[in-house]
Design a protein around this ligand. Structure first.
Ligand SMILES: [Zn+2]
Length: 138
C-alpha cells in the first residue's frame, strides 16, 4: 500500500483523538524534527498540535476582526443587518410613520444608526422622506 496512514495522538482534555495524515507528510515532519532539535519538538504529534494551535489562534483573531454589523440587503421596505455580537439578523423597516428596529423596538438604536450610514439606505430614506414619510434626515 503506497499511502500508509499514520495515526497521530492529539491531546484534548483527558482524551485523545486519532487523526490520519499522509505518510509522506508525516515522514517530512519527522525528518525536520530530527534535523532541527533546536525547536524542541519530540514527536510528530507535538509538532502538529503546536502548528494547529497557532493556526486556530490566527483564525480566531481574524474572526474577531470582522465588523460587528454587516448589511445583508436593502429595499424600499427596509434593511436586513447581520449583528455578529447578538448572532442575529436585525430588520430595520421603513414605513410612512417612521423607521423601526425589530430587535430594540425603537427608532434610534445602534442598528438604525448603522443602517443610516449606508449609502444605498440613505438614497431610499431621503427619497421616501421627500414623499412625506417620517424618516430621519440623512
Ligand atoms: Zn436595533
Amino acid at each position: 500500500m503506497l499511502l500508509l496512514l499514520l495515526l497521530v495522538m492529539i491531546l484534548s482534555a483527558r482524551a485523545y483523538k486519532n487523526i490520519s495524515i499522509k505518510s509522506e507528510f508525516a515522514e517530512a515532519i519527522e525528518q525536520f524534527i530530527k534535523e532541527n532539535p533546536q525547536f524542541g519538538y519530540r514527536s510528530i504529534a507535538a509538532f502538529l498540535e503546536d502548528s494547529s494551535r497557532r493556526r486556530l489562534e490566527e483564525l480566531k483573531a481574524k474572526e474577531t476582526r470582522l465588523p460587528r454589523m454587516e448589511q445583508i440587503n436593502c429595499d424600499e421596505d427596509g434593511v436586513k443587518i447581520l449583528d455578529r455580537q447578538l448572532h442575529r439578523v436585525v430588520d430595520v423597516t421603513f414605513k410612512p410613520s417612521g423607521i423601526r428596529c425589530n430587535i430594540d423596538d425603537a427608532d434610534n438604536c445602534e442598528h438604525i444608526k448603522f443602517a443610516l450610514e449606508q449609502k444605498d439606505v440613505q438614497k431610499i430614506v431621503s427619497q421616501k422622506r421627500k414623499e412625506g414619510w417620517k424618516l430621519p434626515d440623512v
